[in-house]
Design a binder for this molecule. Structure first.
Ligand SMILES: Nc1nc2c(ncn2[C@@H]2O[C@H](COP(=O)(O)OP(=O)(O)OP(=O)(O)O)[C@@H](O)[C@H]2O)c(=O)[nH]1
Ligand SMILES: [Mg+2]
Length: 349
């Protein structure tokens, strides 16, 4: 098992950290989270370090990541948490010090997990808590299980999402049910890979929006401003001809990955990528398209990057934050304490 402790904790790293770009860490928790990290590792994100955390040794060994961490060896014997988030919480608590070392120094921590099983649901909120305590901006991306996966998984997922939301600056939700609309005939593992690809691209876009030189720069402080506030967020993505910015915005607004209404959205980060011919009129149309549907007092931050590779095209990625949503029909939950699963009380629907 590869387990590298390079780049963390040493003095040289601390010195570099003072003068360099924001440090981005991407952590995948549990099977689904590890699959997203594996995909991200293959796509490659400039400047991001990837970490895969699981209780399942066999799955972890198949995953590509800069660092792979098997937690709870004595508890699950490397065989997974069997759908029990409280077992996984225990494993993560036991590994807290190790996780702190791995997460130290990150300015932005992305956490990805599939909600509804054991490991992702139980560990992601603890990883978020640790990253936040270490001073990082924490952006969590969680998938909501298919309705067809049943009420129990839905309930587990809702509890996990509430905990994750409490410990993250921003929690981006992606409903697996939306895959049914997007790719209804695709076999399930391929459909999951579509979601994993999307998660990877969102992380890549956000990271590179603040680290790569842009025409209109977004910086780390912008990201912190937009993401702050324990909100639920969604990602909107549209791509079309650069001649038709309205269609690109409509495409993005009409295909959210979770059911939401936009009118209460408190902030948005909008990032455009296009060819060198990108003009102010196009930029204005895009920004206007989003602001029209949001709260008039919303905080909007936008940036644009031009690249000859995208001549004639316009890609728009927006993260909208501070949304009220009911997690695509999942049961409501009240959480009295994050420490134990027993304290999470499902409310009658
Ligand atoms: N996007 C995506 N979602 C997945 C994938 N596999 C499972 N899911 C979803 O994520 C939920 C949790 O599944 P896993 O991540 O496999 O569970 P786990 O966190 O490893 O939990 P345990 O195996 O019980 O310890 C499932 O109920 C599915 O809704 C995947 O490869 N990609
Ligand atoms: Mg698993």
């Amino acid at each position: 098992m590869e387990y590298r402790m390079d780049n963390t904790g040493d003095e040289t790293y601390a010195m570099e950290h003072l003068i360099s770009d924001p440090k981005t860490v991407v952590v995948g928790c549990g099977g689904a989270g590890n699959n997203s990290v594996d995909r991200l590792q293959r796509i490659g994100v400039w400047g991001a370090r990837t970490i895969a955390i699981n209780t399942d040794r066999a799955h972890l060994e198949r995953v590509h990541a800069d660092q792979r961490v098997l937690i709870g060896k004595r508890i699950t014997r490397g065989q997974g948490a069997g759908g029990h988030p409280e077992v996984a919480e225990h494993c993560a608590e036991e590994a807290r010090e190790e996780l702190e070392m791995l997460l130290r120094g990150a300015d932005i921590t992305f956490i990805t997990a599939g909600m509804g099983g054991g490991t992702g649901t139980g560990t992601a909120p603890i990883v978020a808590e640790i990253a936040k305590e270490l001073g990082s901006v924490v952006v969590s991306m969680a998938t909501v299980p298919f309705t067809a996966e049943g009420h129990l998984k839905g309930q587990r997922a809702a509890i996990g999402i509430e905990k994750l939301k409490r410990n993250s600056d921003s929690t981006i939700l992606l409903a697996n049910d939306k895959l049914l609309k997007m790719v209804p005939k695709m076999p399930v593992n391929q459909a999951f890979s579509v979601m994993d690809q999307m998660i990877s691209e969102v992380i890549k876009e956000i990271t590179e929006a603040v680290t790569q030189p842009s025409l209109v720069n977004l910086d780390f402080a912008d990201l912190r401003t937009v993401m702050a506030g324990n909100g639920a967020a969604t990602v909107l993505y549209g791509e079309n001809s650069a001649c038709d910015p309205q269609t690109v915005v409509a495409e993005a607004l009409n295909n959210p990955l979770v059911d939401v209404t936009y009118d209460g959205a408190t902030s948005a980060l909008i990032h455009m990528t296009s060819g060198p011919e990108l003009n102010l009129r196009t930029i204005n149309k895009v920004v206007e398209g989003f602001t029209e549907v949001m709260d008039p007092n919303a905080n909007i931050i936008w940036g644009a990057r031009t690249d000859t590779k995208f001549s004639g095209q316009l890609k728009v990625l927006a993260v909208m934050n501070g949304l009220e949503m009911n997690y695509a029909g999942l049961p409501s939950v009240r959480i009295e304490s994050c420490a134990s699963e027993m304290a999470c009380i499902p409310l009658v629907q």
